[in-house]
Design a protein around this ligand. Structure first.
Ligand SMILES: [Zn+2]
Length: 364
């Protein structure tokens, strides 16, 4: 079985590496760029294994899984495999990891280890994760190794934000771009990895995931799911108090957010949930969606609400305006309007708009 079988997507990138390998034209430094949660790290690790395998069997980009290169690699102790990443809670990839701590600068760290002779095989492979978190000092320390990599060493740098990678680093690597996964891939990964309580939840999270497993996992945090349930059941009521709902949600947001930026992220998810709620209603009313979409227990609620709204002459326009209003709120959050204010005014508007004929509701 191929070692690539559990990797989703990225066939083009694999093909590119495979050809370069067959022609013996691998570069020494690659920069793998793409959104978080699409599998860049997994891809780089598989590449590393292929490069360290002693019995790859032909010119294919493969690894045997059993040789003296593969076994220690899989066990996490291959002497010629190096990996650095930004430590948890740190904002930067510090120079210590690259060039050793101050008192032993140049005698430890990634660049030093790379300069040593390979112990097991004929080459060394290094994965430098969070290459976009290098500060100037780290980048400068790394530059010499990047300019003249040790013979047969291969460097795989990974970054989510290309603009944040120092230009000196970027210009010396071959760029490999990674795209978001398909929603289907995210959905099946969530189920396969046991990250969701139900298939409907997997569908819901994958729809909003932007092709990123990281985002899908954020969406599935229990606190967020609980707030989504509250939001959906309140929006489904014939009349509700926007201010009360805002207060309840704000409490939940505060509980799960460590700081203001996190508060904004979580509030934005709730707003997007509202958008998704109304979009499903729109799909139901326009008959384009007879299947169950959205989260399982919420589908019935959306259907009920949509059926009630359908009795109004302006149902479609109303839902369109509700969606617009929510999208506005999302952009306000991004423009740093205080979160409580944003939520209160949004939910109050939604409550009013659904109660009144559209013409009045539009004059806000
Ligand atoms: Zn092998």
């Amino acid at each position: 079985m191929s070692i690539w079988s559990n990797l989703r997507g990225h066939a083009v990138q694999r093909e590119m590496f495979s050809r370069a390998m067959q022609r013996g034209r691998l570069s020494q430094s690659y920069l793998l760029v793409g959104p978080d949660g699409v599998g860049k790290q997994l891809f780089a690790r598989k590449m590393a294994q292929c490069l360290l395998c002693r019995a790859p069997g032909g010119a294919e980009l493969e690894a045997c899984g059993e040789c003296s290169g593969c076994r220690p690699f899989l066990a996490g102790n291959h002497p010629d495999f190096l990996y650095i990443t930004r430590p948890e809670g740190k904002r930067e990839l510090q120079i210590d990891l690259i060039a050793g701590p101050k008192e032993r600068r140049g005698q430890e760290g990634l660049c030093h280890d790379l300069s040593l002779h390979p112990l097991e095989g004929s080459r060394k492979v290094a994965i430098i994760n969070d290459a976009d978190a290098m500060n100037e000092e780290s980048a400068n320390a790394f530059l010499k190794t990047l300019e003249e990599p040790p013979e047969r060493a291969i460097l795989l740098l990974i970054a989510a934000n290309l603009d944040a990678v120092m230009p000196t680093i970027r210009s010396r690597c071959q760029l490999v771009r990674f795209s978001p996964l398909s929603n289907d891939d995210v959905e099946s990964l969530l189920i396969e990895q046991g990250l969701v309580p139900s298939a409907a939840e997997a569908k819901f999270a994958s729809t909003l995931s932007e092709g990123s497993l990281t985002i899908a996992r954020q969406l599935l945090q229990p606190e967020l799911r609980e707030m989504r349930t509250t939001l959906y059941s309140t929006l489904s009521q014939k009349a509700f108090s926007g201010l009360t709902l805002a207060r309840t949600l704000m409490e939940g947001i505060d509980k799960m957010s460590a700081d203001t930026p996190e508060q904004r992220v979580n509030a934005n998810w709730l707003i997007r949930f509202a958008v998704e709620y109304y979009r499903s209603a729109l799909r139901i009313l326009s008959q384009s969606d007879r299947s169950s979409s959205g989260a399982d227990s919420n589908v019935a609620e959306v259907r009920g609400w949509a059926a009630a709204v359908a009795t109004r002459g302006d149902a479609m326009e109303l839902i369109g305006s509700l969606i617009e209003r929510a999208i506005d709120a999302s952009s306000h959050i991004e423009q740093n309007v205080p979160v409580p204010l944003c939520l209160e005014s949004l939910l109050d508007d939604l409550s009013r708009m659904t109660r009144e004929p559209l013409m009045n509701a539009d004059k806000r």
